[in-house]
Design a protein around this ligand. Structure first.
Ligand code: TUI
Length: 314
């Protein structure tokens, strides 16, 4: 059995978080992952607290296990959503795409476990001082908004720099990735792309099919010019976007090109205009499973690998 300090801290069976994927990670998926023994996460994305309340109620109707909410700090609703979550007292808040320090006090006072996603050692130290109870060190192999560093170099450096538990994210898709993350100093993992293929994940079937077809080199990072690099599958949209990114188009027009593209991919499965966020492990994925099957298979594999690792020590 694999059990780490993050299991004790959150009262969960397996040290695994489901990534807070915008337009995808809803109350139904979060409840399924929490029922499987991990921490399911609802994405607050660019939505107001009314939407979030609905999703929280759905999750509560489906599970009595703890679950979390991911706050995307670039959302125009962050302020409102932050106050709402403090009242709602969700078990866990993860944050992404920014520095959550200004909200940390109200969340901590509400007894919420705050676990920011960090792309660097500097931000990990800063959020530790501000009251985070753990950090998710996310490497640029992940889907969505990415930092510069890989998981391989980020996780050990963050683990050395902070005293709070470190959860690894980015490039993890099976038990080998979990075992490797533990060797780098992590005591938990967060997976996003893998949960796109969960049976309880309501993302459009075209999205799932694209992930199933992906190879090792199927993703691309766009958006560096605007300071928001995003990893997605190579599609007509991402090719077009990257062509314009290096043309003399204005920043405003470039920004406009991406508006609504995530929603079009997730909800409509629009293969031309959609932006299909996915991590570099997409090429490893070849089956749809329930969240329970995903979690149990990954930890069974990780346990076998970790138990067998001694074979290399002579
Ligand atoms: O946030 C994510 N992944 C995301 S957010 C998202 S929505 C979006 N769409 C277009 C552009 C931007 C966002 C889709 N996927 N992952 C966690 C993450 N956080 N990755 C990187 C960061 C990050 C980056 C900079 C966290 C903090 C940060 O700090 C900068 C600062 O303000 O100090």
């Amino acid at each position: 059995m694999i059990s780490t300090p993050i299991c004790d801290m959150l009262g969960i069976k397996y040290p695994i978080f489901q990534g807070g994927m915008a337009h995808i990670a809803d109350g139904k998926l979060a409840a399924a992952v929490s029922n499987a023994g991990g921490i399911g996460i609802i994405s607050a994305m660019n939505c107001d607290s009314k939407y979030l309340k609905e999703q929280i109620n759905i999750a509560k109707s489906l599970t009595d296990k703890p679950f979390g909410v991911n706050v995307m700090l670039m959302s125009p609703y962050t302020e409102e959503v932050a106050a709402f979550l403090a009242e709602e007292k969700v078990a866990v808040i993860t944050t992404g795409a920014g520095n959550p320090s200004r909200y940390m006090d109200i969340w901590n006072r509400a007894g919420i476990k705050v676990i920011p996603v960090v792309p660097s050692v500097a931000l990990a130290k800063l959020v530790e001082r501000a009251g985070a109870c753990a950090v998710i060190a996310e490497g640029g192999e992940s889907g969505g908004h990415v930092g510069d560093l890989t998981t391989m170099v980020l996780v050990p450096q963050v683990s050395d720099a902070v005293k709070i538990p470190v959860i690894a994210a980015g490039g993890i898709g099976d038990g080998r990735g979990v075992a490797a993350a533990f060797m780098l100093g992590a005591v938990g993992v967060q997976l996003g792309t893998k949960f796109l293929l969960a049976k309880e994940c309501s993302v459009h079937q075209n999205y799932k099919n694209k992930v199933l077809k992906a190879t090792d080199i199927s993703t691309i990072v766009t958006g560096k010019r605007l300071g928001h690099p995003v990893r997605s599958l190579r599609t007509p949209f991402s090719r077009e976007y990257s062509k314009f990114e290096y043309s003399n188009i204005s920043d405003e027009d470039l920004e406009k090109m991406a508006v609504g593209a995530l929603r079009l991919a997730a909800k409509e499965g629009d293969e031309k205009k959609g932006c299909f966020l996915a991590g570099q492990i997409a090429g490893m994925l070849n089956k749809e499973q329930t969240s329970k099957e995903i979690v149990e298979e990954i930890f069974e594999e990780a346990e076998t690998i970790l138990n067998g690792a001694k074979v290399w020590v002579k």
